[in-house]
Design a protein around this ligand. Structure first.
Ligand code: BES
Ligand code: MN
Ligand code: ZN
Length: 533
């Protein structure tokens, strides 16, 4: 049997200069101001917390219940805040927002009031809603400096640090815009500087939290930029160059395996996917050594990096095919998580592996019925060339055995069937390891980047049986996301493994088309919890 796919043409990868350097949005800056939260200070007049700020964001609860900061603002505005709550009954609802110009005092800040629902039901979701609503208002107001007091409202189950992290991340997310491919930046409002409110006793926690939130926000920004870049720019080579740039910035180990090296390793499944493209496939390896013990078993994240998925010979229909530039969002999310982890200097060892290729039809493309040998030695009948994600992931999953990982999580825009099952709310979470599944589930809940566990019963494996090879690469229409995960499971026996199907969560379609940055928050939370603090 031939196992050697034709070598891609030795053409130089094209990178037309139609884009400015990615990462176009500078992240917002955070500083901190103590002595602003106590009601005692408010009633006593207290220090003016908003000095030097053009806008102050304060929260109110339902039924006109004012937070400490809102009480302070009410004193400052001689009753305008309480009055706004009285006249606008919706103002207390999470997601609602109102701008109050301070006509009482010259030179005083503009107040942005945001609702948080009922005080006794305060939770991270409402805090996130309120923070994004405030940011939308801020984009219109265009202040230079903002005093932000919403993070002082801390739910019982959370800490000051966690809430500061959530607010800083949400602010960073909200000010994201992508204009790398436009001649002129259109709505790229430069984010204001933010002063997060704190007291003397919470200052340290708020500072630490904001740094965490900003690191995660920055990781998400990289993930969104890579996702949003078009397929003619964000090629396998572009992902490799991005990894090298990250390695340089954060002093990471980096290794990019080319066609020849992958051939020597026997990665014929991966190579079969990229062989009809003039952009050569690659396997990217990034290593971060943050653990005290350099020999500590690493967490390994593997991300699907199909920089464009035409479907190959099993060609996709034309409508909406542009969105298949997002088929590298798994790769983008593990690179974004690496950025966040390195920025936070987490005390763990983390390895990111990205198998990357472009899935194209051509005279030398794989055909339905072709059989290839994977690096594991197991043979695969390619019944559908559009089920290519699993074909590149299986070889990457065999490759990572060499790291003796503590856990391996792969992340992939793997199946349309996952969108049918879970929509755009939850990522699909698959793992035969209950402990790892629970860990990832909880990380998703804590980070407000949720995943829902899906089954992996032995019976589903039946659907992958082939008359001509050890397995087929598709399992027919029933439970399409499960059989895709079952396929991967056949390559992950050597370690604790989980799979995240992010087909429904990695980007938004329609008018607000754009990468979401998910599941960076989930993965960042997962590695943070694994790290020794
Ligand atoms: N990248 C797609 C999955 C996908 C489709 C993600 C739409 C997000 C939106 C994947 O490579 C694919 O084409 N999967 C096929 C599998 C099928 C041929 C078994 C699918 O889902 O249709
Ligand atoms: Mn496909
Ligand atoms: Zn795909």
């Amino acid at each position: 049997m031939t196992t050697t796919p034709a070598t891609p043409k030795a053409k130089k990868p094209s990178s037309p200069r139609v884009a400015k350097k990615a990462a176009p949005t500078p992240p917002p800056m955070f500083s901190f101001k103590a002595g602003t939260g106590a009601v005692a200070e408010v009633t006593a007049g207290g220090p003016v917390p908003t000095k030097g700020c053009d806008v102050a964001v304060v929260a109110v609860y339902k039924e006109g219940e004012l937070t400490a900061a809102a009480k302070r603002a009410d004193v400052d505005t001689e009753g305008l805040v309480a009055n706004a709550c009285k006249t606008d009954k919706n103002l207390g609802n999470a997601g609602s927002c109102r701008v109050v110009f301070n006509t009482a005092k010259a030179g005083a800040p503009v107040y942005v009031l945001v609702g948080l629902d009922e005080a006794d039901k305060l939770n991270t979701k409402t805090l996130r809603k309120a923070t994004s609503a405030a940011c939308e208002a801020l984009k219109g107001l265009k202040p230079a400096k903002v005093f932000f007091a919403v993070n002082q409202e801390v739910p019982k189950k959370s800490s000051d640090k966690e809430i500061a992290a959530l607010c800083a991340r949400t602010i960073t997310e909200s000010f994201y815009s992508f204009s790398a491919c436009k001649k002129q930046d259109e709505d790229a409002a430069a984010p204001p500087a933010f002063e997060l409110a704190c007291t003397k006793s919470t200052q340290e926690a708020v500072e630490k939290g904001a740094a965490i939130g900003q690191a995660i926000g920055n990781g998400m920004q990289l993930t969104k930029d890579l996702g949003n870049l078009p397929g003619n720019i964000c090629t396998p080579n572009y992902l490799a160059e991005t990894a090298k740039a990250l390695a340089k910035q954060y002093k990471l180990g980096v290794d990019v395996l080319d066609h020849k090296k992958m051939e020597a390793l026997g990665m014929f499944s991966l190579l079969s996917v990229g062989k009809a493209s003039s952009e050569p496939p690659k396997l990217i390896v990034l290593k971060y050594n943050g653990a005290k013990d350099p020999k500590e078993a690493p967490v390994v994240l593997v991300g699907k990096g199909i920089t464009f998925d035409t479907g190959g010979i099993s060609l996709k229909p034309g409508a909406g095919m542009d969105e298949m530039k997002y088929d590298m969002c798994g790769a983008a999310s593990v690179l974004g998580t690496m950025k966040a982890a390195a920025e936070m200097k987490l005390a763990l060892n983390l390895i990111v592996v990205v198998p990357t290729a472009e899935n194209m039809p051509a005279g030398n493309a794989s055909k339905p019925g072709d059989v290839v040998v994977s690096m594991s030695g197991q043979t695969i009948e390619i019944l559908n060339t559009d089920a290519e994600g699993r074909l590149i992931l299986c070889d990457a999953l065999t490759y990572v055995e060499r790291f003796n990982p503590a856990a391996v999580v792969d992340v992939a825009t793997l199946t349309g069937a996952c969108i049918v099952a879970l929509g755009h709310v939850n990522s699909g979470l698959f793992s035969p390891d209950d402990e790892l599944a629970n860990e990832l589930f909880k990380a998703g809940q804590n980070a407000l980047d949720t995943a829902w566990r899906m089954p992996l019963d032995e019976e589903y494996h039946e659907q992958l049986k082939s008359n001509f090879a050890d397995m087929a690469n598709i399992g027919g229409p029933p439970a399409g996301s499960v059989t895709a995960a079952c396929f991967l499971q056949k390559y992950t026996k050597a370690y604790s493994w989980a799979h995240l199907d992010i087909a429904g969560t990695a980007w938004h379609s329609g008018k607000a088309k754009g990468a979401s940055g998910r599941p960076v928050p989930l993965l960042a939370e997962f590695v943070m919890k694994r790290a020794k603090s």
